[in-house]
Design a protein around this ligand. Structure first.
Ligand code: GDP
Ligand code: MG
Length: 435
């Protein structure tokens, strides 16, 4: 998905201006990329509609960096899709706090139970794992093994009645001074009434503080049906996406929030107990967009563009096509750099070079006032400045005609100097080229 999207964006970036057609093309591509990544088609449709509407507004299309804005909007909408805010695991004040895990068989519940326990232990909690999967013969053993590995207590009961085991588990936590109970339940391969009924029975028996649904990231298109079924039949508070380390196409993560309104709280990416990470929607969105790279690409593209524009300007000026507006710009730049005197004195030997001819910053101001009194045409083509024009400008700027003449003289000298400099640079470049 990341690669596809990056391809789309680099296509957009290669265009300076974007038309409605460009946006339509890009959105069509994004639609396909999302569908290919197993994002639910309704989610894709809504996402593309929202994103397109935002992209087609005039201030995006007419902006100087439309491609960048489009990428920003896509990132923003993706983040929205994944849930705007981080949803941390918050334990209630009840002790013991009860967390119940539900999900299909093989989704990663037992593994996630141990990972959660491990995480809670890192945060100085004392969790108890309760094995309520009584159908798979090795299920309780698996939980026991994982519990032993991380040093967490496991309650197995008689291994027959899941509701009784859950209830006894909570009591065991009280007796053994554990503050969090994690209930691992049994799943089925498919959504099934017995499974839902059992999950409800456990839920009603222990009234968990939160129910987390474990979803295998590789589930594909079916993920929406599964989470919808669990939401309707058992209800849950958040999702743990497991197996994010596999070659999951990420579609599930993008669909769940939109379809159920339930946040993803954790992503699990490995079989080790410490491979459970909190879910950050913005990071995930960036990861999907391969944003690390995209952002730096945009940045370098902007830098190149600016450098090109500056180069074109500099070349025009250097060719001696200096206008009086350029003169003002130069003047301002000099001032920004802290005035000519400071600049020159900062150079080696600058103090001496400056001599008595201190540059008068007041003169720079006066110059600008004079240039401001000129018409656009006069500024662009100073050669039209005849006597009557000069007199008009002098009157307008409140200076004498002599002062106007001096300015024009200075301007012409600068122009000549720049031409000489360019000739020198070109000569040097020519020599280099011959070598
Ligand atoms: P359950 O049936 O829902 O309890 O699922 P399990 O916890 O037994 O996990 C099923 C299989 O998936 C096991 O082989 C786990 O080791 C594996 N598994 C679970 N979570 C992850 C994960 O995040 N990454 C990988 N690679 N494997 C996982
Ligand atoms: Mg299990």
């Amino acid at each position: 998905l990341s690669e596809r999207l990056q391809g789309i964006f680099s296509g957009l970036r290669s265009k300076g201006r974007l038309t409605e057609d460009d946006i339509n093309d890009a959105m069509r591509e994004i639609r396909l990329a999302l569908l290919e990544a197993d994002v639910n088609f309704k989610v894709v449709k809504a996402f593309v509609k929202r994103t397109k509407e935002r992209c087609l507004t005039a201030d995006v299309l007419d902006s100087l960096t439309p491609a960048q804005n489009v990428i920003k909007i896509v990132l923003d909408e993706l983040t929205e899709l994944l849930g705007r805010t981080d949803s941390k695991l918050v334990l209630g004040s009840r002790i013991p706090n009860v967390i119940m895990l539900v999900g299909l068989q093989g989704s990663g519940k037992t593994t996630a139970a141990a990972k959660l326990a491990y995480r809670l232990m890192q945060e100085s909690h004392a969790p108890l794992l309760v094995a309520c999967d009584v159908y798979r013969p090795a299920a309780a053993d698996q939980l026991q093994t994982l519990g032993d590995e991380i040093g967490a207590r496991v309650y197995r009961g008689d291994g027959r009645d899941p509701v009784a085991i859950a209830r006894e588990g909570v009591q065991d936590a009280i007796d053994s001074l554990r503050d969090v109970v994690i209930i691992d339940t049994a799943g089925r391969l498919h959504v099934d009434d017995d499974m839902m009924a059992e999950a409800r029975a456990i839920r009603d028996a222990v009234r968990p503080d939160q129910i987390l649904m474990v979803v295998d990231a590789m589930t594909g298109q079916d993920v929406v049906n599964v989470v919808e079924a669990f939401a309707a039949e058992v209800d849950f508070d958040g999702v743990i996406m497991s197996k994010m380390d596999g070659d999951a196409r990420g579609g599930g993560a993008l669909s769940i929030r939109e379809v159920t309104g339930k946040p993803i709280k954790f992503i699990s990416s490995g079989e080790k107990p410490d491979s459970l990470e909190e879910f950050h929607p913005d990071r995930m969105a960036k990861r999907i967009l391969g944003m690390g790279d995209v952002v730096s690409l945009i940045e370098s593209a902007v830098r190149v563009q600016q450098a090109e524009e500056e180069a074109v300007e500099a070349e025009r000026m250097a060719k001696g096509n200096l206008t009086l507006d350029d003169f003002v710009t130069m003047n301002r730049q000099i001032r920004k750099m802290g005035g000519v005197s400071k600049l020159v004195s900062a150079l080696p030997g600058g103090d001496k070079a400056l001599g008595s001819g201190q540059v008068d910053e007041g003169a720079l101001d006066a110059m600008e006032v004079i240039i401001n009194s000129m018409t656009k045409e006069e500024r662009a083509r100073p050669e039209v400045l005849n006597g009557s024009r000069r007199a008009r400008i002098a009157a307008g700027a409140g200076v004498t005609v002599t002062e106007v003449n001096q300015l024009i003289k200075k301007f012409n000298e600068t122009k000549k100097m720049m031409r000489k400099m360019t000739a020198g640079i070109e000569q040097q470049a020519g020599k280099k080229g011959k070598r």
